[in-house]
Design a protein around this ligand. Structure first.
Ligand code: GYE
Length: 347
């Protein structure tokens, strides 16, 4: 909502200042950190599957972000910038504004700039596959972070090095477990899903729906895509509440959508936390505060600070150590028992 718009406005402003500077400087970077380094060795066709990384310091790293519209994404961006500074690499960051086509062209531009490594947070599982394969062809190793690609189209350990991110099915199962416990297995649920085609949207739905199917007293009365976005969720929830005024639970696939749902519930005269239990994922500050105030039951973390794991994987790969095809970011459950104590871990 307002919060999102102002964040977006700040980001757009920063982006225009940086882009303006770049136009003047005549180069393509949007974020530059660390010391200077050389270009890619590129060109060769026998560079490995996935392509090998022969240098380990002063790397030119391209980071393709899918959108920067929420506290989660801003925390992830900062974590990548911090990771680059710590590794003394140079990070060039792009923002696709939530469009697959823009993200493909961003990645193509980073390939033309001959980055040594690509870190990609793909918007959807299929939308960026062509660009991931193009990077391989250009001998640039790719590390996917926060969202994965469709393994039937691009394979980890072959077409890209690894996926660094959370276990989304498990996150959803943990939310379901808290909701089942708090309601004694009884309830009518509205489900707000994330961006269609994105790994966390697909797997968080799968994990939650399967857990609820096993509960004879619980029923998902409506499911809708609210794009992981607060205001979209508020509007969808407003309409859904008219069709399902007897709803007793909301499962939102991220905290931003839970915030939108809470606003809609209040506007409809319902008391979140009493009339309707709300559960979601991320562990952002707003979610933690809603748990503390009693309006939200649970938030399972989805840690956006993936920079340390991503840069460790890059360094391991450069030094020839084996990197697993999935570097799992561990997560935990926040409820009223530990939300206050973890408030400083929010974002
Ligand atoms: O939960 C959400 C964001 O891809 C894991 O995307 C990420 C999810 C995160 O929009 O807030």
């Amino acid at each position: 909502m307002k919060h999102n718009r102002s964040l977006h406005a700040v980001f757009s402003l920063v982006l225009s200042i940086v882009l303006g500077g770049l136009l003047l400087a005549g180069c393509g970077s949007t974020t530059t950190t660390g010391s200077s380094g050389g270009g890619s060795t590129g060109g060769a066709t026998s560079c490995g599957s996935p392509p090998k990384l022969t240098k380990s310091t002063g790397l030119k790293i391209g980071f393709s972000q899918n959108i920067s519209n929420s506290p989660w994404r801003l925390a992830e961006n900062k974590s990548m910038s911090d990771g680059a500074v710590a590794a003394k690499d140079i990070l060039t960051m792009t923002d696709a504004g939530g469009q697959d086509a823009k993200q493909v062209s961003d990645i193509q531009s980073l390939i033309s700039q001959k980055v040594d490594v690509l870190i990609i947070a793909p918007l959807t599982e299929t939308g960026e596959v062509s660009a991931i394969l193009a990077a391989k062809k250009a001998c640039i190793p790719v590390f996917l972070v926060d969202r994965d690609a469709d393994h039937t189209l691009a394979k980890p350990g072959q077409d890209y090095v690894t996926f660094v991110g959370s276990d989304f099915v498990k996150q959803a199962q943990l939310v379901a477990a808290e909701m089942i416990k708090a309601s004694n297995g009884k309830g009518k649920i509205i489900e707000l899903e994330g961006t269609s085609g994105a790994t966390p949207a697909i797997l968080r739905k799968q994990g939650f729906d399967n857990a609820i199917k096993a509960q004879p007293g619980m029923q998902i009365v409506a499911s809708q895509d609210a794009n992981f976005d607060r205001d979209t969720a508020r509007q969808k929830m407003q309409t859904l509440l008219q069709a399902h005024p007897d709803v007793t639970m909301v499962y939102a696939a991220n905290d931003e959508m839970a915030q939108g749902a809470i606003a809609a519930l209040k506007a409809a005269g319902k008391v979140p936390g009493k009339d309707v239990l709300v559960g979601s994922i991320d562990g952002e500050t707003a979610g933690l505060q809603s748990i503390i105030s009693g309006e939200q039951l649970v938030s399972v973390t989805s840690n956006p600070r993936l920079g340390a794991l991503a840069f460790q994987a890059i360094s391991d790969y450069a030094s020839g150590k084996s990197v697993p095809i999935w570097v799992v970011q561990p997560d935990k459950t926040y409820t009223k028992d530990n939300a206050q104590a973890n408030l400083a871990n929010g974002f």
